[in-house]
Ligand binder design. Structure first.
Ligand SMILES: [Zn+2]
Ligand SMILES: [Zn+2]
Length: 268
């Protein structure tokens, strides 16, 4: 059985309230043995912690402050996150980042919050889950400043999830120790530019994600997305690289485990 890792999902969202257990079961049945549950704001942190505590073998969580909420950033929030980031079930800090498309939070406020949160993730020894939309130039500025070199102790400082940059952005980020998250949009017919950028980055730098309930792959566009969609994304990645589905499952799952710094042995 192939083993996949969904490195980015929001199962705490209300749309999963009625059938969350079934969704998790379908994920397991599809070979998605691990899922990272992402909490975007302090109000979501307790739910993500509870979800990962209830299923320690299947789920870990990431706690962060999405750029949508950049105005809520404060030193008190940073302190609260520092305390939580040390918990073992917290695999990462995120999502954090920059979004110049979907929010009117001023760029200077977003950059200041992102810089402080990325610096926090580095000092707390946890990888960062970075969101970036329409802001790759400023992302490269902050990453170039705080992460000029790849880490020596780990493979990745973090991941730029739902990667949507060009080939130059991809190379810049992987050369500084970041993985790139690949999700539903890689399956959309018109996204040849994205597929070319990912090919440039190489399979050894990619992790799979669904961003559930958002960004469903081609076969379920317009519907709620869920972690069981990972094999469809993996199949497209296999096609893009001319590799087998087995290779893609093995490599991306190993990358994801390295990203979230799981122990070497697979969970029982
Ligand atoms: Zn995001
Ligand atoms: Zn997300």
């Amino acid at each position: 059985m192939l083993e996949f890792f969904d490195t980015h999902a929001h199962l705490g969202e209300g749309v999963f309230e009625a059938d969350r257990e079934t969704v998790l079961e379908r994920a397991r049945a599809a070979g998605v043995i691990n899922i990272a549950e992402i909490a975007d704001a302090p109000a979501e942190w307790p739910g993500a912690l509870a979800l990962s505590r209830a299923r320690p073998l299947q789920l870990r969580c990431a706690l962060g402050l999405h750029p949508y909420y950049a105005r809520e950033f404060s030193l008190a929030l940073l302190d609260a996150l520092a305390a939580k980031a040390r918990l073992p079930e917290v695999a990462a800090v995120g999502e954090i980042g920059l979004d110049y498309v979907k929010t009117d939070a001023p760029k200077e406020i977003q950059v200041a919050a992102f810089r402080a949160l990325l610096a926090g993730s580095l000092s707390w020894g946890k990888p960062a889950v970075i969101h970036c939309r329409g802001a790759y130039e400023d992302l490269r500025g902050v990453v170039g400043e705080l992460c000029p070199h790849p880490p020596s102790e780990f493979r990745f400082w973090g991941v730029v999830h739902c990667f949507s940059g060009n080939a130059d952005d991809a190379l810049f980020l992987i050369q500084r120790g970041f993985a790139l998250g690949v999700d539903g949009p890689v399956t959309y017919p018109k996204n040849d530019g994205l597929r070319a950028a990912l090919r440039e980055a190489g399979l050894e730098r990619l992790v799979l994600e669904t961003d559930s309930p958002y960004l469903p792959p081609q076969s379920s566009r317009g519907r709620r997305n869920e972690p069981a969609a990972i094999p469809e994304i993996a199949a497209k990645v296999a096609e893009v690289f001319g590799r087998s589905l087995e290779d893609v499952a093995r490599e991306t799952t190993a990358n994801a485990r390295a990203l979230y710094r799981f122990p070497a042995a697979a969970p029982a």
